[in-house]
Design a protein around this ligand. Sequence first.
Ligand code: DGL
Length: 292
Amino acid sequence: MTEPPAARPIGVFDSGIGGLSVLQALRHELPHEDFVYLADSGNAPYGDAKGEAFVQQRTLAIARWLRAQHGIKALVVACNTATAAAVERLRATLPDLPAIGVEPALKPAAACSQTHHVGVLATRGTVGSARFQRLLAAHSAHTRFAVQPCDGLARAIEQSTEEPLPATESAAKIRALCAQYTGALGLFGLKTGEMDTLVLGCTHYVFAKDALRALVGPDVQILDTGAAVARQTRRILTQAGTLADEQADAEGSIRLYTTGRLDALQAAAGRWLDLPAACCSALPADGGRSGP
Ligand code: DGL
C-alpha cells in the first residue's frame, strides 16, 4: 500500500451482521473515515457452539485478509464473542495492527444501576470465556449481575435479514427467544431487588432492542457498547496519528463484504444503515483464494 496511513480504511468485522450496530456508531463518531466491513455470516453464529479455536482461526484469517486486500490501518473487532476468544492472540500475532475489541458494558452498568442488580445477555462463547469471567469479577463488588447465555438469538437475527420484510417468522422467533431469556434473568424494574439495567453483550442483540424494550418496560436502561467503542477507536487513531482529515468536505466511504448470502447483507445494510445494495459484495466462506 502506498497510501499514507491516515487515508487507509478502518476494518470492522463480526461473525455476521451484528457488528453493523457498531459500524453505525463508528460512522457517526468518525464520518470522514473509510470503512471496510466483513460479515462472516457463512460461519455464523460463532457464540453458540463453535469454540475458541475456530473463532481465533477466523479472526486471524479475516484480519490478514482485510490488511492484505484493503490495507486497513486498524481493526475493530465488532463482536463480543471474537473479542473474548481472540483479541489477545490477534494483538500478539499482528502487533503492528491496532485492534479495538468490544466487551459487555458491565462497568458502565455497575456505575449507573440504582438497584445494583443488572441483567446481562450474551452468547454462550462470551459468557464461558476467561475474559468475561475476569470482567465480571472486576465489577461484582457492589453489583449483582444475572447472566444469561442466549443460544439461537444471534442466529434468529441473522435469519431475519434472509427473509423479506416484514420478516414475520423470524420476528416471532426473536420475540420468543427474548421473552425466554429475559424471563430467565428475573424481574426488571426500579424497585429494590429488581434489575434496572440490561446489558446487551452481543452486537447482534442491538437489532432486537425493540423486542427487549417491550419485555423489560420503559424504565430499564438498555446498554450496548457501540458509542464507547467508536470513541475508543478515535483515541487509538489519534494516538497513532492516523486519523483521517476531518476538514475534508466529503464523508468517508463504506464497503461491506459477506461470506454468507449477499441478499441478506444488502437487506441488513439497507434496513439499518440506509446503505445502497451496491456497497455490498459476497466472498467465499471457506478460505478460497478471494476470501479470508
Ligand atoms: N455478534 C457477536 C457478539 O457480539 C456474536 C454472535 C454469534 O455469532 O454468536 O458476540
